[in-house]
Design a protein around this ligand. Structure first.
Ligand code: ATP
Ligand code: MG
Length: 159
């Protein structure tokens, strides 16, 4: 039941100064941060990360968006982490994301609007969509020795 998930604060979130605000939400929920880095990924890496979307009409714009500035990536661990992280993140389209979620609180555009504007959907954050995706993404973004093993105070009361 204890799972890992990969979170990425996208270039719009970094440029808007939302790094601390976003990390706080995962810490507040008692999730454990296993590793973290700021990185400006190149096109090749972005295409690998979003490989599942390569046939989508917005793929080119998505790759342009995710490479337009540095991102902050972190791996988190927790009970049902994949599902719980997605709940904190909210629906893909900020327009549908409930208030209280990261996308619902910090963005409001729709993917429809992004498509019409020919831009990658600026929705502040990425989170793994499944356990399989999480395992593959953590492996892609982090070397083994960048994922740390330590004990948090939460493990007594939250896990
Ligand atoms: P992410 O994988 O980034 O966490 P998600 O899993 O909620 O997002 P996906 O369906 O995997 O949603 O889409 C990946 C990303 O592609 C979205 O987060 C968004 O930035 C972008 N995107 C999705 N649909 C569109 C669209 N119609 N137009 C432009 N960009 C889009
Ligand atoms: Mg996804």
């Amino acid at each position: 039941m204890i799972e890992r998930s990969l979170v990425i604060i996208k270039p719009d979130g970094v440029e808007r100064g939302l790094i601390g605000e976003i990390i706080k939400r995962f810490e507040n929920a008692g999730m454990k941060i296993l590793g973290m880095k700021m990185v400006w990924i190149d096109r090749k890496f972005a295409e690998k990360h979003y490989e599942a979307h390569k046939t989508k009409p917005f793929f080119k714009e998505l790759v342009e968006f995710i490479t337009e500035g540095p991102v902050v990536a972190f791996a988190v661990e927790g009970v049902h982490a994949v599902e719980n992280v997605r709940r904190l993140v909210g629906d893909t389209s900020p327009h549908e994301a409930a208030p209280g979620t990261i996308r619902g609180d910090f963005a409001h555009i729709s993917m429809d609007y992004a498509s019409r504007k020919k831009s990658g959907g600026k929705n502040v954050i990425h989170a793994s969509g499944s356990k399989k995706e999480a395992d593959a993404e953590i492996k892609l973004w982090f070397k083994k020795d960048e994922i740390h093993s330590y004990t948090t105070v939460h493990e007594k009361h939250v896990f």
